[in-house]
Design a protein around this ligand. Structure first.
Ligand code: AMP
Ligand code: MG
Length: 404
């Protein structure tokens, strides 16, 4: 955290590098076993090794007829057996073919399948192959996808539907995953009220609490909801004292070195806290430190800033603590559907949509406007110091890449 209080703006890459270094030094090492059906959102703690070949035996990729190509010299072949998926076929009788269906095992001796659309049956029910045949056609060979012993998923893989399906295809019913991170979520601010309650003068509803809690749950974290922390030093101390053991204290608000930064004061009393001035917009202020040994990340309070800083910094940090190697979102370049004539000192993350393949920003980019992100499909990155003409290319980070 050294140097973080220095004047000047901290580029996003450097902030991320620092956070990932902190994450690397506090990786979760405890492992637990989960049922495959409960593994979504968790991170694999050990590589998943195949204990069988996939497919486990040669099988047909088509509904059709299986034959041994050497038995065929252009003549029609009698059908000696019928093989459905799930059957255990007899060896193929010499000089015959087998009726076979997709996914059914090839009988011993057969090496080729012709699809049913390309054959005719003669009056005696023999199969006339009308087209030239190639050995191995329409056969899914044993082990063509995976060989027993292959590393199918490396440790550090985040598990989702595809990984669950893949593990299931290998017969795996339970997986070794990292224990979940426990994250305390604090929403600071005297002005905050929970939805469902009446709004008093000067008050606003607390949007960050649910934004963060719901997001953390998607990331597989256990959330300790510390609720709203008022702008009061002794109450703040009390909330912190009551937190219990957590892996991260994640707060929003009160980080703009304002007079109401009681969280910062209370955290500093029992730890260390630095204010990073990020070279991004929205989301300039970020506090990073620790409290009684527990890492702390303090996000800015404006909801769009909370979203951007959580998505681009806290999310990768959390994933890295679980051992995920690729923690940054995939992004791609698209043409700008707008012009930009005021080059800024900070990199801007415009909440934007793709319209005809071009990034179009939401009209109101105020950092307080969460609605911009609900409208948007991604963050369009306008690099610092840059002007843009319509059609110039910029990076677009789909929100779907960071929200899960
Ligand atoms: P602060 O960093 O506490 O000065 O907050 C910056 C802005 O974000 C202020 O307008 C706050 O009212 C607003 N804000 C802070 N926390 C929240 C929250 N949890 N939900 C909605 N707005 C918030
Ligand atoms: Mg505040």
């Amino acid at each position: 955290m050294s140097g973080c209080d220095q004047p000047g703006l901290l580029p996003l890459e450097q902030a991320l590098e620092r956070l990932l270094a902190l994450a690397d030094s506090s990786r979760v090492t405890e492992v637990e076993t989960v049922e495959l059906s409960r593994a979504a959102g968790r991170v694999l703690a050990e590589p998943l090794l195949a204990t069988l070949d996939l497919p486990p035996w040669d099988n047909s990729a088509m509904d059709g007829y299986a034959l041994r190509l050497d038995d065929w010299h252009g003549q029609s072949l009698p059908v000696s057996q019928r093989i459905l998926a799930g059957a255990a076929p007899a060896p193929l009788a010499a000089g015959s073919c087998a009726r076979i269906f997709t996914g059914a095992p090839l009988p011993e001796g057969a090496d080729t399948v012709e699809m049913q659309e390309n054959v005719e049956l003669d009056d005696a029910g023999r199969v006339i192959f009308r087209q030239p045949l190639m050995r191995g056609q329409n056969v899914r060979a044993r082990g063509q996808e995976t060989r027993s012993g292959d590393c199918v998923l490396p440790a550090g893989t985040r598990l989702g539907p595809v990984e669950q399906g893949l593990a299931a295809s290998l017969g795996v019913a339970r997986l070794q995953v990292c224990r979940p991170l426990k994250v305390a979520v604090l929403s600071t601010g005297d002005e905050l009220v929970e939805p469902g309650l009446p709004l008093g003068p000067g008050q606003i509803y607390n949007s960050n609490r649910l934004l963060l809690i719901s997001w953390l749950e998607r990331l597989g974290c256990q959330v300790v909801d510390a609720g709203i922390v008022p702008d009061d030093l002794s109450r703040t101390r009390q909330v912190l004292a009551d937190l219990g053991a957590v892996d991260l204290i994640l707060s929003s608000g009160g980080v703009s070195v304002g007079e109401a930064d009681f969280l910062g004061v209370a955290l500093r009393e029992a730890g260390e806290l630095a204010l990073w001035k990020l070279a991004i917009k929205p989301g300039k202020p970020l506090t990073v430190g620790h409290f009684q040994g527990v890492p702390v990340i303090g996000l800015p309070g404006n909801p769009a800033s909370t979203l951007v800083t959580f998505g681009l910094l806290a999310r990768p940090y959390l994933l890295r603590r679980l051992g995920v190697s690729r923690v940054e979102p995939l992004a791609f370049e698209v043409p700008a559907g707008f012009a930009w004539s005021r080059p800024g000192k900070r990199r801007e993350y415009l909440r934007a949509r793709l319209e005809n393949g071009r990034a179009v920003p939401y009209a109101n980019q105020s950092s307080g406007v969460l609605r911009s992100a609900a409208w948007a499909e991604g963050l369009a990155e306008v690099v610092e110091g840059r002007e843009l003409a319509e059609g110039d290319r910029l990076r677009f980070i789909p929100l779907s890449e960071i929200l899960g």
